[in-house]
Structures are given as structure tokens and as C-alpha cells.
Design a protein around this ligand. Sequence first.
Ligand code: MTE
Length: 313
Amino acid sequence: MLIKQAERIKSSEITPKEVYMNRRALMGAGAAAAVGAMLSPMSASAATLSFAKSRAPAPAPITPKEYATGYNNFYEFGFGKEDPANNAQGLTTKPWSVVVDGLVDKPGTYGLEDIVPNALEERIYRLRCVEAWSMVIPWVGFQLSDLLNRVGPQSGAKFVAFETLVRPDEMPGQRGLFQSIDWPYREGLRLDEAMHPLTILANGMYGEELPNQNGAPLRLVVPWKYGFKSIKSIVRITLTDKQPPNTWNMLLPKEYGFYSNVNPKVDHPRWSQATEQVVGGGLFAKRQDTLMFNGYADEVAGLYAGMDLVKNY
Ligand code: MTE
């Protein structure tokens, strides 16, 4: 599906400044539902990125687009922060299909145009990388629950597994030195996390089509978890009864867990998670305190009631 915006939208227009300066977490479930209700249907085949703009309070200033699209982690394109922007431009993203399988009523290979609904929303979310840097990104997309409800999870489904494309000829990080990594990049969520209204699949950002380096044409965004859970360029979604493997846990199990909820009180074995560097915040920007569940505790803490978050890191 070709997507481009109908009109150019400046970040400053997305949310009034006095609202986005308010540090409260954006969009609880209620606000999201209200935005959804405002949407006007559009043909999925139309070459236009159409979405409802958020009027809900957003996190601190939106990261300048050049940082969000120029400082990336996407190891399929190399391990340097500029490698994805430099190396991902040749990735073929059209046509694109996603296999949906496992414990679902309607398994199949779906074209992107069948996955992405007519009604898109903008969600301005914090992104907190496990490496202790952060951004605030205006995503465009739809709730993962929307897709899961359409394919019908069966009663035995407890988890959702995701896989990224494997294409070594277009992904230099999958060749040479790094071919020892067990590609595809894999991630997973518990079904209730996947169904949570804050969990989205994004096909755009900053009012435009998702750039390749950010995970075109379809990526996950789970704002209360460390960024590595937000898997890019998804080609497979599997409903399963077992906790799925996730790449960073497979590589370094003592350092990266399955849950990976943002938690300032549980340090990474090699560094503190209490504070974060705001990317694009200026040369002299001070580190800011990291918030429990990345500022989304009101919405998601209930998912982990009674769980030991040190053990389940
Ligand atoms: N998805 C894939 N397939 N490969 C990756 O290397 N990196 C993750 C995540 N998704 C990664 C991925 C990490 S570590 C982070 S912090 C985010 O993507 C970064 O997203 P961004 O580059 O859009 O900011």
C-alpha cells in the first residue's frame, strides 16, 4: 500500500505546545477510543496517509524528525546508529505480506493492504531504549488488538510471537560478521499485553510513511517496554500457547529478559536504568529521570499485579 500524507503536518501542529510540554503520559484507553470514534473511513487503496490527530496530553517535546530517522537500532542493517539510515534505503517493502498463523481462527498470508485498517490514529509516545536514551515519537498506526480481533485468537492462545524479514541480499547485517546471529529478529508479548490499547502496529511516523530505517512497512510499538521489544519490518505474527523466544534474550539472557518493562529500579547488569539521555534534546541537555513503565504506569501496571519485576526483568 502506498501511503503519503494529504497535507504536510508540522510537529508543532500535532499537539499544542502547552499540551505536549505537560509531562503526563499520552492517551489512556479512553482517549484512544474517542479518537477512534472521530475517524472517517477511507479507502485503504488510496495513496494518502489519513489519521486522526491526537488532542490528548503528550509527553515532553517531540524529538526532531532527523534524530528519530537518523539515530536508529536495526541490526539487520548494521550495528552503528547511522547504519540503518545509510543501508536500509534499498529494502523492498512493496509488495509486503504478513503470515498470521498458530492458534487463530483465520490463519493466512495477508497483504499489507488487508492488515492496515482504513482508520489510522496518531499516537505520540515516549520511546525508551534499554541503552538509556529516549525520544518522543509521533507514530501513525492502529491498535494491534484490532488486527488480532479480526483474525480471532483461539482460547488456547496465551502469547503473540513476531518475526522480522530475513533477506541477506538487502540486509547487510544478516551477512558476513553477523550471520552467526540466529535471524530472524524475534520478539513476543503476552496476549494481554498485545491486546492492550496502548500497543500499536505503526505504518507511519511524523505524518508520513514509515522510513525503512524505522521498520517499514509495519512495526510494533509497545511504549512501556524497552525499545527492543518494538520489532521492525514484521513478516510473521504467530499466536501460541508458549512464551516465544526473543532475540536479545537468546543472545544475552542475563541482560535482556522477556518482559523488558521500563523500570528505573532494576538496573541493567552493566549500567543504571534510573536516568536517560534525551536524544535531540541539545548539547547541554541534562539526563532525565526514567519513569516506571516509561510513564504509562496508570495504564499498564495492572498487567503485572503480584509479579516480581526483578525476577521477570
Ligand atoms: N527490530 C529489528 N527487526 N531489529 C532490530 O535491531 N532494534 C530494536 C527495535 N526493533 C531492532 C528492532 C531496538 S534495540 C530499538 S531501541 C528500536 O527498534 C529502535 O527503534 P527506532 O530505530 O525506530 O528508534
